[in-house]
Design a binder for this molecule. Sequence first.
Ligand SMILES: Nc1ncnc2c1ncn2[C@@H]1O[C@H](COP(=O)(O)OP(=O)(O)OP(=O)(O)O)[C@@H](O)[C@H]1O
Ligand SMILES: [Mg+2]
Length: 207
Amino acid sequence: MFVSFEGIDGSGKSTQLNLLREWFEARGHSVMVIREPGATLLSESIREILLSTKQSITPTAELLLFSAARTQLVEKVIQPARTTNTVILCDRYVDSTTAYQGYGRGLDLERVQAINAIATRGVMPDLTFFIDVRYEQAQQRMQFAEGGGEPDRMERAGGDFFNRVRDGYLSIAATEPKRFVVIDGYRERDAIHHDLVSEVERRLTTP
Ligand SMILES: Nc1ncnc2c1ncn2[C@@H]1O[C@H](COP(=O)(O)OP(=O)(O)OP(=O)(O)O)[C@@H](O)[C@H]1O
Ligand SMILES: [Mg+2]
């Protein structure tokens, strides 16, 4: 099973991914956790470039850099893992590009989809959780986050940007309701985790 986690910055993706990893491991599954961009040397190097505040990056360059990192990840890590029984949990995947570079930066959506198809080689998650919180709620959480530090280049984009990104995610949900599950993320961690587990259990029993 390949599960991805989506949501604006600070929505609680990593928190929920870790809880679900523990849940799978407690049931004897082998689990691979991946973050995007990252998980290969090349992708981690591209991540540094993308999150650095030292330079400006044009929206199209940003699109291509995220996509280059993704395709390396797909070919080197995800495709090999898909031939085994390993559960793959991915912190962000291709929907982030649709939401951030497409809806957020305003790049032409058809062109973004075309690049996404190249970058993923058609490899899509079985299930995607969109942890939905509003920008103000995410901001509030990140303020209290331990070791949060300075906002990275993406996090500096501001409220209007993140509202467009959230609208983008909701549009994806409308077109792909089976794969892309919207979860109300502004609740207690355990309540959210409970919803994720119910959804996973349902998919494990009814393929
Ligand atoms: N349900 C929740 N209720 C309250 N606080 C939460 C909840 N889930 C996560 N948090 C806290 O909110 C902050 C952001 O959570 P987390 O790091 O999981 O988000 P994220 O989506 O992975 O963020 P980023 O995009 O920056 O990686 C953390 O301090 C975390 O402890
Ligand atoms: Mg995170």
